[in-house]
Design a protein around this ligand. Structure first.
Ligand code: HEM
Length: 236
């Protein structure tokens, strides 16, 4: 037991609580209403931002390996990222029961706040090949992979690799691991759209978009586009 500056007695934080900064972490949830469902909305958002951060960390590591020519190492990092993406996508479960009435109880309280303002989400999209010219350069899986192929004399890019797959088994593994990351990112967007349909139907979004209609238009955007394009070729 310790006494803090305000004279309150406190149980000393365990090593576990100190290591994970639990005192700080568990004080970061501030619902703005009495609505019971608001806490699940805040915590899911925070959990997803943490996973965005971890995923970005794995992808930056994968970029560094690609830039160093270490394809195996990059695949290991991407696979670790797939696990993070699976956990991220499963996080939607915590919001699966949010009804429109429950959502409306706290919706006004967050004003124009919207995930559309998420910086980490844009970093991830940029890594998957979406150009955001106004943003500072972030390591990009697409660009690092393209540079690697170029250095190996594969000027035709992924088309050339997939066209001669028996000659490039390691690069095919890399291409598929990258595709798996893009595929999982799209699945996050699909789950998001389903949650939006379920909890607010076709109402306008808090950032001023048309909401679900706007999201539906972007949901099947092809990240790492060249890896999708090669699938339309005839490979016999
Ligand atoms: C039921 C819960 C949710 C609803 C109803 C919802 C609704 C929306 C809507 C309508 C938009 C379009 C932009 C706007 O006008 O606001 C949007 C965008 C977005 N939301 Fe959510 N959202 C929910 C949960 C979340 C959570 C938990 C996250 C996690 C961080 C998140 C992240 C995003 C992101 C990243 C975008 C931008 C998507 C893009 O640009 O493709 N949302 N959301």
């Amino acid at each position: 037991m310790t006494i803090d500056q305000a004279g309150r007695s406190r149980v000393a934080a365990s090593e576990y609580a100190q290591y994970a900064c639990l005192d700080e972490l568990l004080q970061l949830q501030w619902p703005r209403t009495e609505a019971p469902a608001e806490l699940s909305f805040i915590i899911t958002t925070q959990v997803m931002e943490l996973y965005f951060k971890l995923l970005h960390h794995e992808w930056v590591a994968a970029c560094a390996k690609l830039d160093a020519g270490d394809v195996r190492g990059a695949i290991v990092d991407l696979r670790r990222g797939h696990g993070v993406q699976d956990a991220l996508n499963a996080s939607w479960e915590a919001l699966r029961t949010l009804t429109p009435a429950e959502f409306d109880e706290f919706r006004d309280a967050f004003g124009a706040a919207s995930g559309i303002q998420s910086e980490l989400y844009r970093d991830l999209e940029q890594s998957l090949g979406v150009p955001y010219p106004s943003r500072p350069e972030v390591p990009s899986l697409e660009a690092s992979a393209a540079r690697l192929l170029e250095r190996r004399g594969l000027a035709g890019g992924w088309r050339e690799v997939y066209g001669h797959s028996a000659d490039y088994p390691e690069l095919i593994d890399l291409g598929e691991a990258l595709f798996d990351a893009a595929d999982r990112f799209t699945r996050w967007k699909q789950r998001h759209l389903l949650s939006v349909w379920r909890s607010m139907g076709s109402k306008q979004g808090s950032a001023g978009t048309s909401g679900a209609d706007w999201l539906a238009r972007g949901v099947h955007q092809k990240y790492l586009a060249e890896l999708w394009d090669v699938r339309s070729e005839a490979w016999v």
